[in-house]
Design a protein around this ligand. Structure first.
Ligand SMILES: Cc1cc2nc3c(=O)[nH]c(=O)nc-3n(C[C@H](O)[C@H](O)[C@H](O)COP(=O)(O)OP(=O)(O)OC[C@H]3O[C@@H](n4cnc5c(N)ncnc54)[C@H](O)[C@@H]3O)c2cc1C
Length: 311
């Protein structure tokens, strides 16, 4: 671990001054949807926004900061994440009404909770979130979406804190975004956002949620250890079609295999390492490019340190 000395010093210096939880050498595997990955040198779960600001302002110069939400779109490498990992805890898990069709949500609110809140309050436009794991913060960073909707369709503005502790709000018109990407940098931690829906009949919203859930249950390996769609779809073809066309849909590496329910999902059969998953992904990219001429792009974010993957 590269920053162990600073991490230890950080803990010694700040432990009595920050009010949140501070751990050293914290295993991230149990929180990762893939159930793989190493340790965070330091994990900080701030008590509230003020605590986070204090921490960021007083951290040692140069120590890397990584924010994690539900870890549902992440492949955390086996040697872990150097520096500080921040997880926004309870204080950021709130939903408040602003006006009849506008709500303000903290960044650690699970997507499903937003969809449930919207259903309860007859708000349309949030149903797609019922089937996307993870939190609002991670979903904004990824511009998560499904069923022809994406999170940026319903965001009005988002509040951020930078890694020096300065807060600012960006309206949606100041954020550049596209299919599963935004210009939100790794130095921007989303704290909350204002979302807007429209009023509709509860029964219609309920029916839409049921439809989405049924479709997902029938087409995706949602009960497996996975990171969701591994690669982005391309303009002309879905990633799973390219994997099928390249005839590499039966590949596996160690404990990592391609789901036979949906070829764009890699699953951990139980004993996979992050290295197995990354090597399988890179092998798929190589096969698909050789056979179709199209280079797949990872949708899953790969973070941290680990053995180098060489094809
Ligand atoms: C079974 C399954 C199904 C899925 N289906 C879909 C789908 O239909 N559509 C879809 O788009 N995705 C899907 N995903 C992927 C994933 O659920 C989404 O990308 C989700 O929005 C990620 O949120 P998260 O909180 O888990 O983010 P994480 O995985 O924790 O992080 C993702 C990225 O966001 C950053 N991040 C996290 N929190 C914050 C924050 N507060 N501020 C700034 N950056 C932050 C992280 O640093 C990282 O770069 C699926 C995943 C699984 C496992």
């Amino acid at each position: 671990m590269k920053f162990w000395a600073e991490a230890d010093r950080l803990k010694d210096n700040l432990n009595n001054l920050v009010r949140g939880e501070l751990y050293s050498n914290y295993s991230l595997r149990p929180i990762s949807w893939f159930r793989v990955g190493g340790y965070a040198e330091i994990l900080f779960i701030p008590k509230d926004e003020q605590d986070l600001r204090y921490f960021l302002f007083n951290k040692p110069e140069g120590i890397p900061i990584t924010v994690i939400g539900g870890a549902s779109n992440l492949l955390i490498r086996d040697h872990g994440i150097p520096g500080v990992v921040i997880i926004l805890g309870k204080a950021f898990n709130h939903i408040d009404y602003i006006q009849s069709e506008k709500i303000n949500c903290g960044a650690s609110v699970p997507n499903k909770k937003i969809s449930n809140f919207a259903l309860k309050n007859n708000l349309k436009g949030f149903s797609f979130l019922s089937t996307i794991p993870g939190t609002l913060g991670g979903s904004i960073k990824m511009n998560a979406g499904a069923y022809k909707s994406e999170i940026m369709d319903i965001i009005l503005n988002a509040k951020f804190i930078d890694t020096s502790g300065n807060t600012y709000t960006k309206s949606i018109s100041d954020i550049n975004y596209g299919y599963r990407k935004t210009d939100i940098t790794d130095e921007m931690i989303c704290l909350s956002a204002t979302l807007e829906g429209s009023l509709a009949r509860k029964d219609d919203i309920k029916q839409e949620i049921e439809q989405f859930k049924n479709y997902r249950n029938n087409t995706q390996p949602i009960r497996e250890r996975t990171g969701g769609s591994t690669f982005k779809n391309t303009q002309n073809k879905k990633a799973w079609e390219l994997i099928r066309d390249a005839e590499c849909n039966n590949l596996s590496v160690g404990g990592a295999m391609i789901s036979q329910r949906h070829y764009n999902f890699i699953i951990n059969k139980g004993n996979a390492t992050a290295y197995d998953i990354e090597l399988l992904g890179e092998t798929i990219i190589t096969y698909v490019e050789k056979r179709t001429g199209i280079k797949l792009e990872w949708e899953i974010k790969i973070i941290g340190d680990g053995p180098e993957v060489l094809i």
